[in-house]
Design a binder for this molecule. Structure first.
Ligand code: DAH
Length: 357
């Protein structure tokens, strides 16, 4: 019995892992283990021998079981120590930034522009990007043979309406929304219409799809003076520079009479554009007093009502305000560009908290 004890206690104390321990347990105190075999021998003994040997064997069994349990918990402790030593995490390290989307400059500037003009009482109007000839041209006093139709590099298309193929265009400007808004709401009216427009053109400052915002204000006695005030207020708020001056240059648009192209004050210092100072001018939009025929197309009586309209490029505004040199990059979906020029989704432009932090 002493040999058994020595054999198993030594084996247990040097067992390398739980599997080895389990083998030892089966060999020593399992149902067919060596201690069990000894216990079977008890039957062959005299009652006197049995009285001595029985308790001794039980004690040996208990001793081996206790040694197994002690070794098992020692192995578990060692395993835990080992894990704690090798699996560690430095919680003081800065967390890795999650991949994060940004707001595209066009979306940001659209929000900025709408916020400013909404504050002046304009509401947002919308129209379809696939327009009829009539809304895109005729209603805006651009008859079929008018040169503007070819100048605008129009994308023509057809839409099936019943059995007919009805000619349509991808709208070349946001001006058709003027007509739709007048028809829907009548006068007086003050609306803006931001949105996508299309022309077959592609270079550093032209892309086949770009963005415009249209403005329209009709009332009984609205004049060019109201237009000038509105635009100067708008540009000062947009560029976040007080008192930006505008210059109106006589121009021609079929849908306005008189028509003006509007420049904002700027200067070039070492090739860098500065807006709102100096004595250079930068063209930013087209505008004028809405042509009587256009009012009529919108079912508004030109003898009762008059007003101004303007249209400008949103992408161009974004390029000027945020110093973005190439328009084509706006639509490349290059992640590096988007991360550089994009805005945080949490920086919602507002007149109170600032437009462009
Ligand atoms: N629709 C013109 C364009 O796309 C811009 C424009 C000029 C809009 C004068 C107007 C306006 O409302 O009055 O070039």
């Amino acid at each position: 019995m002493d040999d058994l004890r020595t054999k198993y206690l030594e084996a247990i104390s040097s067992a390398a892992d739980e599997a080895a321990l389990e083998d030892l347990r089966v060999q020593a105190v399992g149902k067919k283990g060596e201690v069990a075999l000894q216990m079977r021998e008890l039957g062959k003994m005299t009652p006197e021998e049995r009285q001595v040997m029985g308790p001794k064997l039980n004690a040996l069994k208990d001793e081996i079981n206790a040694a197994l349990a002690a070794k098992k918990s020692a192995l578990a402790d060692a395993a835990l120590d080992e894990r704690l030593r090798t699996e560690w995490l430095d919680v003081t390290l800065p967390s890795r930034p999650r991949r994060q989307g940004t707001i595209h400059p066009v979306s940001q500037v659209t929000e900025e522009v709408t916020t400013i003009l909404a504050d002046m009482g304009f509401t947002v109007a919308e129209g379809p990007q696939i327009e009829t000839d009539w809304y895109n041209f005729d209603a805006l006093n651009i008859p079929a043979e008018h040169p503007t139709r070819t100048e605008m590099d129009t994308f023509y298309m057809h839409r099936k309406e019943g059995d007919n193929r009805v000619p349509h265009v991808l709208r070349t400007h946001t001006s058709p929304v003027q007509i739709r808004a007048m028809q829907a709401h009548g006068a007086p009216i003050r609306v803006i219409a931001p949105g996508r427009v299309y022309r077959a053109d592609y270079d550093q400052t032209h892309t086949p799809m770009f963005h415009q915002i249209e403005g329209l204000a009709i009332d009984r006695d609205i004049s060019m003076a109201n237009l000038k005030w509105t635009l100067e207020e708008f540009f000062s708020a947009f560029f976040e520079i007080d008192g930006i001056k505008t210059r109106f240059r006589a121009s021609h648009f079929p849908f306005t009479e008189p028509s003006a192209e509007v420049d904002i004050q700027c200067s070039w210092v070492d090739g860098q554009l500065r807006i709102g100072e100096g004595d250079d001018w930068m063209e930013v939009l087209g505008s004028g007093m809405v042509h009587p025929k256009v009012l009529q197309a919108g079912n508004i009586d030109p003898d009762q009502w008059q007003g101004f309209a303007f249209g400008m490029g949103i992408d161009r505004l974004a390029m000027l305000k945020y110093g973005i040199p190439d328009l084509r990059a706006f639509f490349d979906s290059d992640l590096r560009w988007l991360r550089h020029y994009g805005f945080s989704a949490l920086d919602v432009p507002s007149l109170v908290s600032g437009l462009s932090r």
